[in-house]
Design a protein around this ligand. Structure first.
Ligand SMILES: [Zn+2]
Length: 499
């Protein structure tokens, strides 16, 4: 166990190595760290050593010391604010991070994202340790292997933290978690610490956008691309242009946008942004099951994807033609109704209900764009949404089916970890506190399987997977039965005829 003085010295050595400082800055950095953790002086026999140390281990020791010195209180927010301030020293300033990114990019595009991804992990902006707590498993279906995540990465707030947040003076800065103003922001008892946060600037169609990683990633190199301006999400012609430009800039990443309407959109509709990353989602791997010609665009290969939701896939080398064709489909869908399958574009008062969740990627040197048709109507039968998880699956998932779920990765709420344990106890005939809303599901499973200690977890996981598949089928606007397939064809025929 090294002394706190040695920890400080090692931390500063790492800071200098990280590219934002030079050896001449050592004393300056030393005094900054001393002040942050409440240490009055350093032992004189501590010297920089050539050894590999983990930035997170060093951070833990420094924060523990600061707590013992009562520099910070026991609250989660105080700890995170100090962690951000310390990790800021391991992170070059924004201009330098941007310059280093550009330097790598000029040689190799992947090296640029590798550099930024590595930096964002080393400085704990990406919460690798919290993410490791998630329960992740695959599940086989006729649509391919879907992915399930029970999300346990967001820190649990204790009552003291919740009280602190309640007491906090309401501040409207930054306007939201996706605003550029988060870069370097100290944080508050009711707002995350962002001192170590950096954003890569990107020019998209003459506008300034930012590129960053997600602190609580759901898949490899999960990134966010955000508008500099705080303005609402909007699916438009420009969305398709920007998405295709992004995959041109970063061809090893996919990028998609959440839809711009409630119920079918993501959790943040107030700030225009996209999500991307380096992961082949189940939907990207799903094949086209039926092609159709778009006569006005002979260079575009178009088809319907074999997927529980209604997805049109376009592929071409020509970016501008893809944008034009996608916009045509969006406009057609926005105005398309088919009462025979409960699809209507507008309410009587003119409220629009149709939009698209688009996803772009490069495949075999061509642009590929998946357009997922969405409808956020409600009815007396389905008050939460006609194309939203229905009542019988809400005991597992009742949240919006956003971009990530659409692509075949279920992000399930943390409550399911203890709840599924209770369901397992019930299935094994043990004492349990199974929630009533899992009861019908559990009864059916009891009829279908004979459970024992060795098989219960795997069967439960498979059954959760089946429910997620059902969730996606609920969200599909054209069902995969005969009537739904015919209705999808009718939509496509009309769209082609008009184009
Ligand atoms: Zn914002």
């Amino acid at each position: 166990m090294s002394s706190i003085s040695q920890t400080v010295v090692d931390f500063i050595t790492l800071a200098i190595k990280s590219g934002g400082w030079m050896e001449m800055d050592r004393l300056y950095l030393q005094n900054k760290v001393l002040a942050l953790i409440g240490l009055t002086s350093l032992d004189e026999d501590c010297h920089p050593e050539k050894k590999d140390v983990s930035s997170l281990d060093l951070l833990d020791s420094l924060v523990k010391f600061a707590r013992e010195q009562q520099v910070i209180n026991e609250s989660l927010s105080a700890k995170e604010i100090l962690e951000g301030q310390l990790m800021d020293l391991l992170t070059p300033p924004p201009s330098v991070v941007n310059a280093l990114f550009a330097e790598h990019y000029s040689k190799n595009k992947e090296a640029a994202t590798d550099f930024f991804f590595q930096l964002s992990q080393q400085n704990d902006y990406i919460k690798t340790r919290a993410i490791a707590k998630n329960i992740v498993f695959p599940t086989e279906t006729e649509y391919g292997t879907l992915e399930i995540t029970i999300n346990l990465s967001k820190p649990e707030k204790d009552p003291r933290q919740i009280a602190l947040e309640k007491q906090a003076k309401k501040v409207q800065y930054p306007k939201c978690m996706l605003c550029m103003e988060n870069e370097g922001y100290l944080g508050r008892s009711d707002y995350p610490a962002r001192t170590n946060h950096r954003i890569i600037r990107m020019n998209l169609l003459g506008e300034s956008w930012g590129f960053q990683y997600s602190p609580y990633a759901y898949y490899n190199e999960h990134c966010i691309i955000l508008a500099e301006q705080h303005r609402p999400m909007a699916i438009s012609r420009e969305t398709f242009q920007r998405l295709l430009t992004i995959v041109e800039v970063l061809p090893h990443y996919f990028v998609g946008s959440n839809a711009d309407l409630p119920i079918v959109g993501g959790s943040i509709l107030s700030h225009d942004h996209y999500q991307g990353g380096r992961h082949d989602f189940p939907m990207a791997l799903a094949p086209v099951e039926k092609t159709f010609p778009m006569s006005q665009y002979p260079d575009i290969a178009a088809g319907i994807v074999k997927w529980p939701m209604s997805v049109i896939r376009l592929r071409s080398k020509d970016k501008e033609k893809l944008v034009a064709a996608s916009y045509k489909i969006l406009e057609k869908w926005r105005h398309y109704s088919d009462p025979s399958v409960s699809i209507s574009a507008f309410s009587e008062d003119g409220t629009p209900h149709h939009t698209i969740t688009p996803i772009a990627r490069m495949k075999e040197g061509q642009f590929e764009l998946d357009l997922v048709l969405r409808d956020n109507n409600v009815s007396t039968e389905y008050p939460d949404g006609i194309f939203h998880p229905h009542k019988e699956v809400q005991h597992i998932k009742k949240e919006n089916i956003g971009l990530i779920e659409v692509m075949g990765l279920a992000v399930l709420p943390p409550r399911l970890k203890p709840e599924l344990q209770e369901v397992a106890n019930y299935l094994l005939g043990k004492k349990n506190e199974m929630a009533e809303y899992h009861s019908a599901w559990a009864q059916t499973m009891l009829k279908n399987y004979s459970f024992n200690e060795t098989n219960v977890e795997q069967i439960l996981r498979n059954e959760v997977g089946k429910i997620f598949k059902q969730v996606l089928e609920n969200a599909g606007v054209f069902k995969r039965d005969e009537a739904g397939r015919a209705a999808f064809q009718k939509f496509i025929q009309q769209m082609i005829k008009d184009s």
